[in-house]
Each structure stands twice: as structure tokens, then as C-alpha cells.
Design a binder for this molecule. Structure first.
Ligand code: ADP
Length: 217
């Protein structure tokens, strides 16, 4: 279903979110106080406007309060980011996402009711570090402090064995969500499905169990 979003602040992060939402078929109103920044989204934003995200009148004038989803992607100006978020929550916008710069910024955003607080650099750093330390891990998504999902390449030790024979869940406490083989993805594999060397497993579990599984798989 097509959704409508507002993005306030068109730095690298805001532009990248805007392009991706457009690519996914959604409508985006892009706002920045700097006119030059709007040129970067002419092809991907449905509407664009020069406005200060901390100016309540401007936000109301643009009809921002009629949107359900707003992303505050104002970068370094923490004060502006906080004030803008506060205005949006006062307008009762149900789903406000805000890019946080640091721990203190995060804490304030949490207090004033931001619905989702994101740390793109930190999250990306985490993912990249996982790739760096293990050549088996292809991708990594953190679900919580305790759990994550990883993509792991199957080593030769599991080659030609069924899931039942490998007994992965009982031995390591992790669950195989899918097996990828070339272009084919087997979702919710069955116990008698076989693994082959170089298959890619999508695995969910406790981080410490995943580490243990990675080291032997
Ligand atoms: P990034 O780290 O994602 O590249 P930047 O700090 O470079 O982020 O960019 C933030 C953007 O937010 C800039 O384009 C800037 O013009 C815009 N911006 C900053 N303050 C406001 C504000 N009060 N209202 C609207 N846009 C703003």
C-alpha cells in the first residue's frame, strides 16, 4: 500500500531515505531550509519545500500534521532536531523517526516522545564490523541487545547433511530461517532438507549462540 512520508533535513541520510522510499513506490514530501538541498531530490520527492523544521507556522502551512510518518534527518544541529521533533509530537503525528547524533540527543528524543530513534552510523559500523571479523558472515541484523539474525556461508563440514543430521537447533540453540542456494531461497526449511557447501543460511538466535555456531559451521 502506498504511504506518505515527510522527510525534514536533506543531508546524506535524508536523501538516501527519500530515494529508497520513492523506489519502493511511496510518496515523499521533502523539506530543507537550504534551497540547494532540494535540487538533490527533484527526481525522487513528490513535493519539496524550503522551510525551517523548527518553525511551527511553516510546518502547519505545509500540512505536515496530516501525515502519519515523519523522518527528522536534521544532522548536526541537535537543538533544531529536538525542537522539530517536539513540534511534530505536539501535532500528534503518530510515527516520528529521528536520527540521533549521540547518547544525550537520544535520551532527550526519547523523553519528548520520538517513536523511533535511529543511529545510522553506529548501526552501519556494527554491521560492517561483523563482516570484517568473520569471512563467513555475509550480513548481520541486530534485533535487540540479546538477539540477532545473520547470514552465514555453510562450510564443508555440513556438506550433504540434512538439517536433522546437523542437529543445529539442539546443539547451538539457533534457528535456521532460510537456506539460500544461488537464486533459490528455501524459507522455513524442513528437517530432511540438505545443506551443501557454499549454501547461505539465514539464522536467528542469541548472539553468543550465533558466535558459537559461526565458529564451527
Ligand atoms: P547528514 O549527516 O545526514 O549528511 P547533515 O547534517 O549534512 O546530515 O544535513 C542535515 C540537513 O538538514 C542539511 O541539509 C540542513 O540544511 C538541514 N537542516 C538543518 N537544520 C534544519 C532546519 N531547522 N530545518 C530544515 N532543515 C534543516
Amino acid at each position: 500500500m502506498k504511504k506518505q512520508f515527510v522527510i525534514i533535513g536533506l543531508g546524506r541520510f535524508g536523501v538516501s531515505v527519500c530515494s529508497e522510499l520513492h523506489e519502493l513506490g511511496h510518496e515523499v514530501m521533502a523539506i530543507d531550509m537550504n534551497e540547494d538541498k532540494l535540487n538533490e531530490v527533484t527526481d525522487v520527492a513528490t513535493h519539496s519545500a524550503i522551510a525551517d523544521g523548527t518553525d511551527e507556522k511553516s510546518l502547519r502551512g505545509l500540512g505536515v500534521r496530516n501525515f502519519d510518518h515523519v523522518i527528522v534527518a536534521i544532522g548536526d544541529n541537535i537543538q533544531a532536531s529536538i525542537l522539530c521533533t517536539l513540534l511534530l509530537k505536539e501535532m500528534d503525528i503518530p510515527d516520528v523517526w529521528v536520527k540521533a547524533q549521540n547518547y544525550y540527543h537520544h535520551k532527550v528524543l526519547d523523553k519528548i516522545g520520538a517513536d523511533h530513534i535511529i543511529h545510522p552510523e553506529h548501526d552501519m559500523g556494527h554491521r560492517i564490523a561483523q563482516h570484517l571479523v568473520s569471512d563467513k558472515v555475509l550480513d548481520y541484523i541486530e534485533l535487540s541487545d540479546e538477539y540477532s539474525i545473520v547470514e552465514i556461508v555453510v562450510s564443508s563440514s555440513f556438506h550433504n547433511k540434512t538439517l536433522l543430521e546437523t542437529d543445529i537447533r539442539a546443539k547451538y540453540g539457533v534457528t535456521i530461517l532460510a537456506i539460500k542456494r544461488n537464486e533459490h531461497v528455501n524459507i522455513s526449511p524442513m528437517p530432511d532438507d540438505k545443506l551443501f557447501h557454499k549454501d547461505v543460511l539465514v539464522v536467528v538466535g542469541r548472539k553468543k549462540d550465533l558466535k558459537r555456531f559461526e565458529s564451527i559451521s
